[in-house]
Design a protein around this ligand. Structure first.
Ligand code: NAP
Ligand code: FE
Length: 367
């Protein structure tokens, strides 16, 4: 294992009533831009808790769509600038959290948004307080902001140390309003971060700690997830597993699973975690050939005995969605070629080729 560094500067405040208990950690400046999706910040109760705790001025930007596009972040950045906001509060799933990060950059860097990918930015992003309402992306503890780029027909992550939120408030009660399908999709995203992080070429003894713990916690929830038995305890555990997944990928990056998942989301509107889950069984089959011990360790943490058991678990959770997913087989090569161009491939064990990626995708989604 190579030398490594570990950086995760976000203060995590976890537990019921965390916003009320630590209201002063929410106030990172004099005027907040509150960034949310259209409904869930209200439906989850998180927005009410933020407004009750906040003593500063604020403006609300509640226009973030799923898999946010660049234009949305430009509008949010302009609103922050025009209103004189000096910090951001992000409430929602990964979509509002990631949009908020890009908005925090654009608020203080009046530049073409796509130039952020090539040239970076000179002024540090506004500080961010993050309140997740899904248990999946772990975006509250990562330096990534994944945006949809229509010009390139894909999704792409911005990254920067100033994109780590300053504080993250994790209150499991905000995830109670999630419907079962979104709960499963997002839980599988968390699982994919833990699995891909553990199997990343950039894994380290430190990232193994968070990945292993997250996988064990996820494994304890899997039966209830299958049964749709989402008790408060399961919600608490999934939020913790998701946060551990975020801390992990902040160190290790993600692998070919995320790279192949993006075209399924971009072209076929498959929710992000679901796309990963549909691909993960074949990814484990592939990786087992080159790193059997690491893959077996993942299975043990999850309480499973074989890759086949993992494949069946994903199939029971998500397999029915394949009936409605119609990807022409001639497109698979194109998506594999696109995935090959991402940084994720270097993180994947076994130096996968475009042909192997296409095979993983084909076996996963074409029945
Ligand atoms: P999401 O796109 O943020 O939300 C999905 C849906 O769930 C939305 O309709 C949302 O409604 C709703 N929702 C959210 N919280 C809810 C709640 N508590 N109750 C009821 N409905 C709720 O889903 P996500 O899976 O959390 O985020 C996916 C995004 O994160 C993708 O763009 C993905 O690429 C990105 N991602 C980022 C990272 C990272 O490290 N930054 C890692 C993995 C994935 P509203 O629209 O009303 O909010
Ligand atoms: Fe993800």
């Amino acid at each position: 294992m190579a030398d490594f560094s570990f950086f995760m500067p976000t203060r995590i405040i976890y537990g019921a009533g965390s916003i009320k208990a630590e209201a002063e950690s929410l106030e990172l400046g004099k005027k907040a831009l509150i960034v949310t999706g259209r409904k869930s910040a209200k439906a989850s109760g998180a927005l009410d808790d933020v407004l009750a705790a906040l003593s500063t001025d604020y403006v609300i930007f509640d226009q973030v769509e799923n898999n946010p596009g660049v234009d949305t972040t430009v509008r949010g950045g302009k609103l922050a600038r025009d209103s004189g906001c000096d910090f951001v509060i992000a409430i929602g799933g990964g979509s509002p959290l990631d949009a908020a990060k890009a908005i925090a950059v654009l608020a203080v860097n009046d530049v073409e948004p796509l130039s952020l990918y090539t040239d970076g930015w000179s002024n540090k992003a506004l500080p961010i307080a993050a309140v997740p309402t899904t248990a999946g992306t772990g975006s509250e503890v990562t330096q990534y902001a994944v945006l949809t780029i229509d010009e390139e027909e894909t999704k792409k992550g911005l990254r920067g140390p100033d994109l780590f939120p300053t504080t993250a408030f994790l209150d499991p009660k905000y995830t109670q309003s999630l419907p079962l399908d979104v709960t499963v999709d997002t839980a599988v995203d968390a699982l994919s971060h833990l699995v891909e992080g553990y199997l990343s070429n950039r894994a380290s003894p430190m990232s193994d700690l968070t990945a292993a713990e997250g996988l064990k916690i996820w494994g304890q929830c899997r039966t209830q997830l299958e049964q749709g038995n989402l008790t408060d305890f399961v919600r608490e555990r999934l939020l913790l597993a998701s946060c551990l997944g975020g801390i992990t990928i902040a160190q290790t990056g993600t692998t070919l699973v995320h790279a192949l998942g993006y075209p399924l989301t971009y072209f076929y509107h498959v929710p992000h975690g679901r796309a990963n889950g549909l691909l993960m069984g074949q990814y484990l089959q592939f990786t087992h050939k080159v790193a059997p011990d690491r893959v077996n360790q993942v299975l043990t943490f999850l309480g499973l005995n074989s890759v086949d058991e993992f494949v069946h678990l994903m199939d029971r959770l998500l397999g029915h969605y394949l009936d409605e997913l119609d990807v022409p087989s001639h497109k698979v090569e194109e998506y594999a070629a696109k995935a090959m161009k991402t940084n994720n491939i270097a993180n994947s064990m076994g130096e996968p080729t475009a042909v192997q990626l296409a095979k993983i995708m084909e076996k996963s989604i074409i029945r």
